[in-house]
Design a protein around this ligand. Sequence first.
Ligand code: NAP
Length: 280
Amino acid sequence: MILDGKMCSSKLKEALKNEVVAFPSRPKIIDIQIGENAASEIYIRNKGKAANSVGIDFDCVRFGVESTEDEIINKIKELNEDETINGILVQMPIPDKYDYKKIINTINPSKDVDGLTYVNSGKLLNGEDGMVSCTPAGIIELLKFYNIDIASKNVVIIGRSILVGKPLSMLFLKENATVTVCHSKTSNLSYFTKNADILVVAVGKKHLITKDMVKENSVIIDVGINRVDDKIYGDVDLENVKDIATITPVPGGVGPMTVTMLLYNTVKNYKENQKKLVLK
Ligand code: NAP
């Protein structure tokens, strides 16, 4: 079976659109692009399209590589103060000369729609409500949409990045799964993958996971995006694995869910601001 992230995200976007249409003003996202990156341009365009489709304004603020870190930080501080803006994110990757952590942690945590500030990652670690990183949040949402049981399942996550693997492990623990996180130093990877009821692969290596490495009737979430000869592939050999497991396709699986969670987080900030206005 295929877990259709595109269809699920369309339904979620429809629900968001119905909410946003009743708002007194349009929520707004600002994406900050530092330097030039062709892949980032595609992501920015897709986010903009998705935002507009549910009635959210979207703008990109661009900085050339000659910009100083202070200029970027001052712009973020300005955006933090602007009450018409509900979401601020920094498009990755950024050039090495900048202190990524310093830049990210300048974002007001309530507008940190990518959920990457220390405040939001700390809240996730403590099981408190905050902005949750979009890809991990989208994966849990997709599993719930398909009524896939998570509690007590053996979940194996390959990849321990701050963007995907680490926050996702926290979300699965919250859902009472038993979680194993594998990485490049894991020996005998297939020992773990073969025992996974739910396997999440977030590595960035085309077809790292093959049919012989997965458990029959398991659920596989393929996060990887690998561009080869102008085609996009996941980290899992979809064509062969789909015969024995339930799996997300690439493209059309996790990607659309990630973008939709960005919109969800923006709407969340908007609603929290409205509540504060009522209380004032
Ligand atoms: P990342 O920061 O490069 O992390 C990759 C992880 O994979 C690391 O933890 C690394 O281990 C591990 N790894 C590398 N080679 C391995 C191997 N042979 N066996 C086991 N583990 C291995 O990447 P990321 O940002 O998490 O992204 C991962 C992939 O997901 C990329 O293809 C990215 O484009 C894609 N992605 C997709 C979405 C989406 O919305 N669909 C969102 C985010 C990312 P070490 O820690 O030991 O180095």
